[in-house]
Design a protein. Structure first.
Lengths: 182, 154
């Protein structure tokens, strides 16, 4: 097996993880693909040391996260400005607090459908909310680490994550209601 | 904000998000990366970033650049001392003579403008600055209202 073939096999093992990380942060398939390509080109340069490393998954995830954040930082001032504008608008409506126990409707809703819906809602969130939410829940970063990475205050990170959770919860509840009604 | 509500919300969303499976990478990604690797390998060494050049080539390139810079510095130092440089200076002065009259005309216009500014008085200029400021604020306000409405409907 040549080195190229070994790298191709290595890439096939990790491409979904790298692509998912980039896609959930940038929410754009073409950009996520470009970022994934760059991640693997960097991995190729260090393939000799990475191929047997037990932390290769973490390395790839970190590089994918950093490249995605670098990509987003080009537009950050824009989305931060707009996120501040939205803050005073309709998104601030009080949300009904309901954590219903799993019922028949929930049981009917297949797990696959629900995941697809969560994924879709996640990608429709504004970047100012989606990025810290993904970094917290999926990348396992603390609020402080997110604040440092994004160069924003701790308070803003907490508020944005809270709003993202609320938006996600609201849309999930709406979806459940629609499913119950149909 | 109710902290119990926040805890429930965090737990629920954590469960939902962690339950998400990995997305499937586009089928062409691996091929695309392999092509990029081949293209990189095939390109001329000098087209690679400088940090990736072989060490010998980097040293040679650095020495060549240092030599060129030294030659340029020496030339700049020596050139004004030559006879040809004096002749060239005279030639350039002749070429630039028409620019002198243009400069005089420009100075006269600038002087006239300064007189106009002095005659108008401070009040007019303050009013003008206020008008520009108000126009700017109106633009910002309208832009803000537009984006608020446009994004709130998404």
């Amino acid at each position: 097996m040549t080195e190229e073939q070994q790298f191709e096999a290595f890439m096939r093992d990790y491409q979904n993880m790298v692509f998912s990380t980039a896609m959930r942060l940038v929410a754009n398939q073409a950009e996520a693909e470009d970022i994934s390509q760059e991640v693997f080109l960097r991995a190729y340069e260090r393939f000799a040391e990475l191929r047997n490393s037990p932390t290769v998954g973490g390395w790839l995830k970190t590089v994918a996260t950093n490249l995605s954040l670098n990509h987003l930082s080009r537009y950050r001032s824009r989305w931060r400005f707009f996120s501040e504008l939205i803050r005073g608008g309709g998104e601030q409506d009080e949300i009904d607090v309901e954590f219903a126990a799993p019922d028949d409707t929930e049981a009917e809703l297949t797990r696959k459908d629900r995941r697809a819906m969560v994924e879709s809602v996640l990608q429709k969130l504004p970047p100012a909310q989606r990025v810290p939410l993904v970094l917290y829940h999926l990348e396992g970063l603390s609020y402080e680490e997110i604040a440092t990475k994004l160069g924003v205050s701790l308070g803003k990170v907490k508020t944005d994550i809270f709003r993202a959770r609320e938006a996600l919860h609201k849309r999930l509840s709406r979806y459940r209601e629609e499913m119950a009604g149909s | 904000m109710n902290s119990e509500y926040e805890k429930h919300l965090e737990a629920e969303m954590d469960r939902e998000l962690k339950d998400l499976p990995e997305l499937t990478a586009p089928p062409g990604l691996a091929l695309r990366v392999m092509r990029a690797i081949e293209a990189r390998a095939a390109r001329a060494p000098y087209r690679a970033p400088w940090q990736q050049w072989p060490a010998g080539l980097r040293v040679a390139a650095f020495a060549a650049l240092a030599l060129m810079f030294s030659a340029l510095c020496f030339a700049v130092w020596q050139l004004p001392r030559t006879e040809q440089a004096g002749l060239a200076r005279q030639q350039v002065s002749q070429w630039l003579a028409p620019a002198g009259s243009f400069w005089s005309a420009l100075s006269a216009v600038a002087h006239a403008l300064t007189l106009v500014v002095a005659r108008l008085g401070t009040g007019v200029w303050v009013a003008w600055a206020l008008l520009v400021g108000v126009a700017y604020l109106v633009c910002v306000g309208l832009g803000t209202a537009y984006f608020r409405l446009a994004l709130a409907r998404r």
